[in-house]
Design a protein around this ligand. Structure first.
Ligand code: ADP
Ligand code: MG
Length: 739
């Protein structure tokens, strides 16, 4: 595959399934779809139009009728894409169409029947066969993921907790584009393993949905395969190429009836086709080529397929049709959709040495384990040689070609060493036991020591075994080219496949040439014709005029159709809008009449819109940064008091009334100053009657714990009075003593 830097268009193929039993029994109307396989054209007949009306013709890269085989579709239209993925391109195949037209049949088919296996199982076969046949200097790592988008939520189908797991988020990185965060991916070593992964996901899908058919026609399923390949480049270093393959089975494209649904059901109905209409808008914007904005962000599906539509990927779209006349409108819509997608230009390129390649991490880890293991084994070998009494030197720098053989020798010798050591220790133990001259205590000690040495040896061996197992498990995940991982790959089969591929290539190029010729024919017909007579010229020109007139009629009809469809979709949108408005009015009525305005305002102020999740969200009541200081401050009490206090109590306190109003400081625990009980002989005290009078009031009457008068009495005055007393007591004799 060449490293094509230029752009290439999305390949669109159309497949029509056979009439089913019910449709056949409905009447002799037959199918409305005709196909010209050679030219890649679909001709659609309108069952309601008069026979004179020209039929609609669409041209595609390839068309597959009711008799087409799964294998043909794969070889012609899918195989080249998978080859590109194996060469390091991104690739996408998606099936689009009305429910029951064969999307799942085309993508998966009947797994058990080799003739009816669809694109996915054939791609598994193709990938692993390619790996087994590639050269032995290539290393591969294949991993798979499986997800579904249901009601605009991305769900991991490989997560064991699928049913209750929360929806996954989409992220974008410059390296790998849009990706799903925390998506499970399983490393697969063989077809069997990858099939198991697929089955596991399919089961989760079936369990998650009560009505499988209903669910599957409303959900998109994406199976993702990443193939990483490492190969030595001309510069001698290993280069990694990463190919990503998206296999997409879309939801049914038919319009879901929206009439008469309300509330949750209405929301659901609005979401069901959101992805598909967003996909339609993206395709229109890309096909138009003039619009600067492509609305990828409108839905999860379009974001995930961003690279596949107009980006770094090769894309094949399989549009599926039903032949029945009942579904004429849907079939026409599908054909128009597919026709538009043909014009999308992609810019695929090889993903070379991306930073996030898992293969490189695996290689590093394997190298590390190998180095550890080698170190252990060399150490054992060295010890053995010391035991054997040989000198041993390792030529460390030289990486010989027979490295692997040498490693085997080392491994054997290491094993031998362990065996010999065990034997030696056993013998020594025997010798100790048999020694009659040794003291029992000494014997015990020596035996214990030998036991310990044996234990160490075993532990060492166990550690080595564990390391080897880890190393082998890790290494087995990397697939190496040239090894026969598939038994049925013999030469004959290879030849057969090559021939088949040749035929497919030939028929593809033949069709391309036919289509080109047809286009050129119309332009050059006129130039090549020379007219011998006027009459002939008139005839020729009339013929041409008729042809052009028919074409004009076709285009006029097409314009009419498009207009009709536009009107129809507008009516539908208006209807949805009316229903939504009605719903809104109902909600308003409740809010206006039953929710107090201040509560409403509080709620409104807390709401913010999250565009990433497309939802309104409540802001937290407490800002995130102040979480630690969540305790609110106590409200301050009435000024001057420690607690709130009523007006009445305040007045009562001021009056010095009942103790009941003393809210605080009822107890006053200050120490009493006991008066001296010694009599003073100083007579001079009698000369100062004033002071003796003041002492008369001294607190001798109420000894012990004294009740405070009131808590609102200022402590200052109390302090000063008591100090007066004490001063007086110190300096003067009490009148009692004087008496
Ligand atoms: P969708 O996934 O588009 O809803 P299915 O793949 O489930 O449709 O197909 C509906 C039915 O039609 C299935 O029973 C399937 O076997 C049958 N069918 C679809 N396409 C073909 C085909 N090309 N040949 C034979 N049977 C087909
Ligand atoms: Mg299906």
């Amino acid at each position: 595959m060449s490293k094509n830097k230029g752009s290439e268009s999305v390949k669109v193929v159309v497949r029509c399934r056979p009439l089913n039993q019910r449709e056949e029994s409905n009447g002799p109307a037959g199918g409305i779809v005709q196909m010209d396989l050679r030219l890649g054209q679909v001709i659609l007949r309108n069952p309601r139009a008069p026979a004179s009306e020209p039929q609609k013709t669409f041209t595609f890269d390839a068309v597959y009728d009711a008799n087409s085989k799964q294998r043909d579709l794969y070889d012609e239209s899918v195989r080249p894409l998978i080859d590109s993925v194996l060469a390091g391109f991104n690739g996408t195949i998606f099936a689009y169409g009305q429910t029951g037209t064969g999307k799942t049949y085309t993508m998966q088919g009947a797994w058990m029947d080799p003739e009816k296996r669809g694109v996915i199982p054939n791609a598994f076969d193709h990938i692993f066969t390619h790996i087994s046949r590639s050269q032995s200097d290539k290393q591969y790592l294949v991993r798979a993921s499986y997800l579904e988008i249901y009601l605009e939520e991305v769900r991991d189908l490989l997560d064991p907790k699928h049913g209750n797991a929360r929806a996954l988020e989409l992220r974008e990185s410059p390296e790998s584009g849009v990706y799903v965060r925390d998506l499970t991916s399983c490393v697969c070593k063989s077809i069997k393993e990858i099939e198991e992964v697929m089955n596991m996901g399919n089961q989760a899908r079936a369990v998650g949905a009560t009505d499988m058919n209903e669910h599957s026609s409303r959900s998109h399923a994406l199976f993702l395969i990443t193939v990483e390949c490492s190969q030595p480049g001309p510069d001698g270093r290993k280069h990694i190429r990463v190919g990503r393959l998206n296999l997409v089975d879309l939801a049914g494209s038919e319009r879901q009836a929206k009439t008469g649904v309300q509330g949750e059901r209405l929301k659901e109905a609005a979401k069901i086709n959101l992805s598909l209409s967003a996909l339609g808008n993206v395709i229109s914007a890309l096909a138009d080529g003039r619009s600067s904005h492509v609305p990828y962000r409108d839905s999860k599906l379009t974001r995930l397929l961003q690279d596949s539509l107009g980006g770094n990927a090769k894309t094949v779209m399989v549009a599926t049709l039903g032949p029945s006349s009942q579904h004429y409108d849907e079939t026409l819509t599908t054909l128009r959709y597919a026709n538009r997608a043909k014009n999308i230009q992609n810019q695929p390129r090889v993903n070379e040495d991306p930073k996030d390649a898992l293969l490189r991490e695996f290689q590093r880890e394997i190298a590390r384990l190998r180095a550890q293991l080698n170190h252990r084994k060399w150490r054992s070998k060295q010890k053995k040689e010391q035991v054997d009494g040989e000198g041993w030197e390792r030529d460390g720098d030289e990486e010989t070609e027979g490295e692997e053989e040498e490693e085997e020798v080392v491994e054997k010798e290491a094993e031998e060493y362990v065996k010999l050591e065990e034997q030696r220790l056993e013998m020594e133990k025997e010798a100790i036991r048999g020694d009659q001259f040794m003291l029992a205590e000494e014997k015990q000690r020596l035996l214990g020591e030998k036991e310990r040495m044996m234990g160490d040896l075993r532990k060492e061996q166990e550690a080595t075994e564990q390391l080897t197992a880890k190393y082998k498990a890790m290494e087995s995940k990397l697939l190496v080219g040239g090894k026969n991982i598939i038994d049925h790959t013999n030469e004959q089969q290879k030849m057969l496949e090559m021939k088949r591929q040749e035929i497919a290539d030939q028929s593809r190029s033949e069709r391309e040439i036919q289509q080109q010729m047809l286009a050129q024919d119309e332009e050059t017909l006129e130039l090549r014709e020379t007219f011998t007579s006027l009459q002939q010229e008139v005839e020729a020109k009339t013929k041409k005029l008729k042809k052009l007139y028919a074409k004009l009629q076709c285009i006029k009809a097409e314009i009419q159709d498009v207009n009709d469809e536009h009107v129809r979709s507008r009516q539908e949108l208006e209807q949805t809008q009316n229903e939504l408005t009605r719903e809104l009015k109902f909600k308003y009525l409740i809010i206006e009449n039953f929710i107090p305005p201040e509560e409403k305002n509080k709620i409104m102020n807390r709401l913010t819109f999250d565009p990433e999740e497309d939802q309104w969200k409540f802001q937290p009541l407490v800002p995130a940064e102040s979480k630690s200081s969540q305790m609110k401050k106590r409200p301050t009490s009435a000024v001057g008091y420690k607690r709130p206090i009523s007006q009445y109590a305040r007045v009562a306190i001021a009056m010095g009334a009942h103790s009941r109003y003393r809210a605080e400081n009822i107890m006053f625990l200050e120490l009493d100053m006991t008066p001296p009980n010694t009599a003073s002989l100083d007579r001079s005290a009698e000369a100062e009657p004033n002071q003796s009078h003041s002492l008369d009031n001294s607190p001798t009457k109420d000894r012990g714990v004294r009740k405070s008068r009131s808590w609102c009495q200022t402590p200052k005055s109390m302090a000063s009075s008591s100090s007066n007393v004490s001063l007086a007591a110190c300096h003067t004799a009490t009148p009692m003593a004087a008496q």
